[in-house]
Design a protein around this ligand. Structure first.
Ligand code: 13P
Length: 248
């Protein structure tokens, strides 16, 4: 199980250090779950320092595909790696909607990050209008296919896909666990079809969108959901720890 907290543009370096110290103190309670925090770039160093020696990993919120170059505002896998950051989110819907991320740039980022030694949480998901137009399956197929073609078989253990329906992000509206489970199943099926069966199983599929301590169990009960990407509720160490400890 992988539970990741996407902090988005929240928490300064000092707020990050405070959060990470609180989470570190609770490490013994975090069970055998892979726990990841994804602070803003400016807070990564503080997160890595405070969490050093724990099993809690620190990821960036995006990453460029080149190792260096004239790309103002971007950072590379090499740069993140030297900082002690071990992975990155790629193509979050906010990047797709607000910062012109496309399936093509998403694929380049995934490839660059995996080749650069990072783990990746690659995001897919339909918008409300796509959902209403009955296009959910087609959109997900297109998004997953774009990512799949760049993934080297050797790197599958470092790849997770996050299904985040855009209409469920930050809205308090969650997908029904049954629907999320069904869509995770479709994504798994697509991975099985295009990779070989065993490799399709290796990729972890996360659900994201208004996950909280009260609903996490219902999502985790679904066969094809292997974890969660948590936004708002990951900003509070008590709530985030409660989500990680959903089994209790
Ligand atoms: P919320 O949990 O705040 O809905 O955000 C979900 C998300 O976008 C995580 O990446």
């Amino acid at each position: 199980v992988l539970i990741a907290g996407n902090w988005k543009m929240f928490k300064t370096p000092s707020e990050t250090a405070e959060f990470c110290a609180a989470l570190r103190d609770r490490e013994a309670e975090l069970e055998d779950t892979d726990v990841v925090v994804c602070p803003p770039y400016t807070s990564l160093h503080h997160a890595v320092s405070v969490l050093a020696g724990t099993s809690i990993a620190v990821f960036g919120q995006s990453v460029h595909w080149a190792s260096e170059g004239p790309y103002t505002g971007e950072v590379s896998a090499t740069m993140l790696g030297e900082l002690g950051v071990t992975g990155a989110i790629v193509a979050h819907s906010e990047r797709r909607q607000l910062f012109a991320e496309t399936d093509e740039t998403a694929a380049l980022r995934v490839e660059g990050a995996l080749d650069g030694g990072l783990s990746v949480i690659a995001c897919v998901g339909e918008t409300e209008s796509e959902r209403e137009a009955g296009e959910t399956d087609a959109v997900l197929r297109r998004q997953v296919e774009a990512l799949r073609v760049v993934v080297d078989e050797d790197h599958l253990d470092r790849l997770a896909l996050a299904y985040e329906p855009v209409w469920a992000i930050g809205t308090g509206r969650t997908a029904l666990p049954d629907d999320a489970g069904l869509i995770a199943g479709l994504i798994r099926e697509q991975l099985r079809e295009t990779l070989n069966t065993e490799m399709g199983e290796q990729v972890r599929i996360l659900y994201g969108g208004s996950v909280n301590p009260g609903n996490i169990k219902d999502f985790m009960a679904k066969t094809n959901i292997d974890g969660a990407l948590v936004g708002g509720a990951s900003l509070d160490p008590d709530q985030f720890a409660a989500i990680v400890r959903y089994r209790i």
